[in-house]
Design a protein around this ligand. Sequence first.
Ligand SMILES: Cc1cc2nc3c(=O)[nH]c(=O)nc-3n(C[C@H](O)[C@H](O)[C@H](O)COP(=O)(O)OP(=O)(O)OC[C@H]3O[C@@H](n4cnc5c(N)ncnc54)[C@H](O)[C@@H]3O)c2cc1C
Length: 420
Amino acid sequence: MSHTNWAGNYTYRARKLHRPSTLEQVQEIVASASRVRVVGSRHSFTDIGDSSELLTLDELPPEVVVDHEARTVAFTAGLKYGALAEALATEGLALANLASLPHISVAGAVATATHGSGDANGNLATAVADLEMIKSDGEVLTASRRDADFNGLVVGLGALGAVTRITLDVEPAYDVRQRVFEGLGWDALFEHFDEITSSGYSVSVFTRWAETTDQVWVKSRVTEAPEQVRSDLFGAVPATLDRHPILGIDPVNCSPQLGVAGPWSERLPHFRSGFTPSSGEEIQSEYFVPRRHAAAAIEVLRALADTIRPLLQVCEIRTMAADELWMSPQYGQDTVGFHFTWWPEQDAVERALVPVEAALAPFGARPHWGKLFLSDAEALAAPYERLPDFIRLVEQLDPRGAFRNHWLETRVLRGAGGGA
Ligand SMILES: Cc1cc2nc3c(=O)[nH]c(=O)nc-3n(C[C@H](O)[C@H](O)[C@H](O)COP(=O)(O)OP(=O)(O)OC[C@H]3O[C@@H](n4cnc5c(N)ncnc54)[C@H](O)[C@@H]3O)c2cc1C
């Protein structure tokens, strides 16, 4: 097969792409492959999802089953958030949060702890109530929140098994409106960081590290109370037209703004379902630090503006609530994330990541697993304190190493006694 990832910066080396249409076929493929990975919607930016054989779940029926009493939805794990949202709409239900675009597969997002934003919102993996996965011996493993080691299974990095079915928490459908504020000053952000990130249900600060930040996107849940329309946000003024997060790009593919209320699934992502997300020509990195270090971390990145800016389309600052998932960048700490949308100049970006990672390391920065970063397993052993437990789980569930790949060995296993 010859396939690239979404960004086109990685070409899969796998010899074979399997397209099973039943669970039994997934079991057979996994049990008989020497090295195998499930491929999701290919939105990661590295070789994280490559192997000598790949399998996609796209041919399996989605089998969406809602349990109104338990407030959950179960479905085939390869389903994309956009399709899941459509199925939930017919049931009057919603998820608590979404990432910046609806085109990614739920299993792939969960495997890498993909997140949206919001002080009180955990990453998307925190919504997982049950998992079904095929282990490398072909056996089915089911696990739910009550089970030991569940917190290690969820953000599995594709290393534990082929996740075939996922159950997520749901809630009654709700509407969201978003407003964009422009020109927030750095001092205002430092002084009012908590008020700004809590000014909506989900808040994103976009910047290109110039004299001010560029935009603050505030997404608020619609309630029965009339909206308190802000005339400013600590000096930032409301946009009077729809905006794209990257200044100068036509906002036609962005979700509606200007306070127009709409379904959660059409406002929480920055981009509309039917359109090319973002600029389409980019690579991404992201680092997470404990939120108490937000201002200090912003300062060290500002000091690197001259290095960062020539390669940068835009940076997005978001907040996420702490969780208990072992390999989550939010494990044990409320977090602020610094996301970089780079121009697709990988060598230059990797050179720029050297000072960026060095500057953020003192804050115990944890990288986004699905994006581009430099740190190896040895460097990541300290910030990911549950790494030894996770490696134990990898060895226990996949003793023959079928789900191991180059990325896992260099980024995860070699750091904390995982051999490889
Ligand atoms: C335009 C764009 C916008 C993005 N926005 C955000 C954002 O807002 N927030 C954020 O946090 N991230 C964001 N990301 C990153 C993205 O969410 C992650 O890279 C995520 O892993 C993508 O899911 P995927 O299905 O494409 O996974 P893939 O890239 O296909 O795979 C990622 C990993 O998941 C594993 N995997 C996939 N399916 C399964 C399965 N069924 N069983 C076991 N393992 C599996 C793979 O083996 C691999 O290790 C964005 C990426 C892009 C390209």
